[in-house]
Design a protein around this ligand. Structure first.
Ligand SMILES: *[C@@H]1O[C@H](CO)[C@@H](O)[C@H](O)[C@H]1NC(C)=O
Ligand SMILES: *[C@@H]1O[C@H](CO)[C@@H](O)[C@H](O)[C@H]1NC(C)=O
Ligand SMILES: *[C@@H]1O[C@H](CO)[C@@H](O)[C@H](O)[C@H]1NC(C)=O
Length: 195
């Protein structure tokens, strides 16, 4: 009788242990699924880096011709920013940023091949020269300069790859489309918007 009781006890213990083990395994499996989901949704998700001109354009020189013969000639330092929010570096190829006035190409600058690190912003300060030599009509420019503003647009496209976990590579391109309004009296950038 006592022996029976003992073996019943030990069987009950074993059953409890098995249940506990099954519960641990179940909890671990759920935990694994959550880890994998977070990994897939957050870490492995490839976001498009942002390519833009940051605040703080420094105008080094700006001349604007005369009222009868409007023109512009300007040199400035543009803080180019490549913001990478991915969990891995964004390696991009060299590219050109084109500057235009009223749709006419007025200057360009080369951005050398490089990379934006894991969750960081790559800063590239470039010196840009633009002038109105290519404009065929300056009537629009004349009236704009009369109101003391000069509006320029910058366009660019970066091609590159986001690298995740050192092995996965995903191609990602990003476009720049910025518009800046320059106050020609004070020689400062009044507004800058990038899409
Ligand atoms: C910039 O201009 C060059 C030619 O001048 C052109 O090949 C390139 O596609 C232009 N880039 C953009 C983003 O418009
Ligand atoms: C660039 O932005 C301007 C306005 O700021 C917009 O009119 C134009 O359609 C945009 N171009 C591209 C290619 O997104
Ligand atoms: C340009 O700057 C001057 C001097 O700071 C200021 O008086 C003027 O209002 C500005 N022009 C525009 C169009 O904001």
């Amino acid at each position: 009788m006592a022996k029976d009781m003992e073996s019943f006890q030990s069987q009950e213990d074993k059953r409890r242990k098995r249940m506990k083990l099954a519960a641990y395994i179940g909890a671990f499996a759920v935990f694994q699924v959550i880890v994998i989901l977070v990994f897939a949704l957050v870490v492995m998700k490839v976001k498009t880096p942002k390519f833009r001109i940051g605040n703080g354009i420094k105008i080094q020189s700006l001349t604007t011709g005369t009222q009868s013969s409007p023109s512009f000639d300007m040199n400035f330092v543009a803080p180019i920013r490549i913001k990478n929010t991915n969990f891995g570096p964004y390696k991009y190829d060299a590219t050109t940023v084109n500057f235009s006035y009223g749709g006419v190409h007025v200057g360009q600058v080369t951005i050398p091949k490089s990379k934006a690190n894991f969750k960081s912003t790559k800063k590239v300060d470039v010196t840009v020269s633009v002038n109105s030599d290519a404009l065929t009509s300056t009537s629009g420019l004349g009236s704009e300069l009369n109101s003391k503003v000069l509006t320029l647009n910058s366009r660019g496209r970066l091609n590159g790859k986001v690298e995740l976990m050192l092995i996965f590579k995903k191609k990602k391109s990003t476009n720049m489309n910025c518009t800046m309004a320059i106050n020609v009296s004070s020689k400062v950038v009044q507004s800058l918007t990038c899409k």
